[in-house]
Design a protein around this ligand. Sequence first.
Ligand code: NDP
Length: 448
Amino acid sequence: MNYLDIVLERLNKQNANQHEYIQAVQEVLDSIKPVINAHPEFEKSALLERIIEPERLISFRVCWVDDSGQVQVNKGYRVQFNGCIGPYKGGLRFHPSVNESIMKFLGFEQVFKNALTGLPIGGAKGGSDFDPKGKSDAEIMRFCQSFMNELYRHIGQDIDVPAGDIGVGEREIGYLFGQFRKIKNAYEAGVLTGKGLVYGGSLARKEATGYGLLYFMREMLKANNMELAGKTVLVSGSGNVAIYACEKAQHYGAKVVAMSDSNGCIYDPNGINLDVIKQIKEVERGRIKEYASRVNGVTYIESQNEQHPIWQIKADIALPCATQNEINLEDAKILVANGVKAIGEGANMPTNIEAINYFLENGVLLAPAKAANAGGVATSALEMSQNSMRLSWTFEEVDKKLDRIMTNIFESCQNAAREYSLGTNYVAGANIAAFEKVSKAMIAQGII
Ligand code: NDP
């Protein structure tokens, strides 16, 4: 058996039932084959076994009291996956589906994503199976405080710097930061990113993941003699990433005709009115269905049996910005049959391995998550820089730096794909470029 197969067999044996984690590792290992083949010495130093194993996985109890006085108990996690490039960095996710497998897959992806940004940040992820949906503001606050009562001992501006993810936005970061400050009796602004503007947050952080995705997409299309103007676009989700991906796509002259949430999707042939979406999602925290009752000529399609009706709508570009594995082979076949030209992954691992392969085999350009959605964490790192320097940059300054970072990331993916004669396979390009950087840092730091 060759080295890669040995590592994969061991991974499957040791992590049975951790499907998302195995999937994320398998995708990377499959595409770095040419690099591994060129470096037989990696086997002796167990480089792959080390790179796929988290440095530390912390799990803890989170108890809090709901509005009726009932005590609730949730699981909390922090996976500090790899710190060889800088302090651990990665978001917190609050969603009922959170478990060890999802934390490990997200932490693993984060290591490579952060390396691609070119900034000094290691990879981590955390969260809880707490469901913020339907909770009062006071319940959210009590949960965040209790979560921080344990997390604080594991984080710090030079140790580990969490941020938001699904279910964790500016409101939650505010409560988490307040509790951290109270416990530590110190103002360490750089311990969390995604903070509000009045207490150390960065302009353009909120927009960064969505905008960054479109900067990457712009570069990828340009390299293949296409452009965003005039294209029809589908954006799944209607959270932080989806809203600002839609905004930037519209800015570039594309027409976004559909968005979604976990209940269903809206199809607006005239182009999404983003002000209405922002009012429903950012202000009222409501359901996307309400868009159809406020805007004329809109169809609402309810999701049934885990299906993803949004991918049945004809479009040139699809931007999955909701969650993992939201495009499967069946969805990919429909998208390709409808003439899709490019996929831009705003969410983490939104396309499963079979669907990725189908897109690549059918000449569809694919902007992989760990490169294309790195704008959020890159801007978090810019927030950390501003916190250490005790100053704040303008929106335009941050946005310009973000654009440059995303353009550089695209170039790294393209160069790696060219070096290994992989054509326009930017999935492999991203994995190879990131792996080369992380592995060099690990080798330089010895066996630790
Ligand atoms: P939000 O919580 O702001 O929004 C998530 C959106 O996705 C909501 O519209 C939600 O709908 C929908 N969604 C969540 N789960 C499902 C599901 N199982 N099926 C269908 N829809 C679902 O999260 P973000 O926008 O921050 O994150 C979205 C994705 O982007 C995640 O994969 C995240 O890891 C990734 N990401 C986020 C970054 C960031 O800066 N925020 C950075 C890089 C990646 P509903 O309200 O119904 O649950």
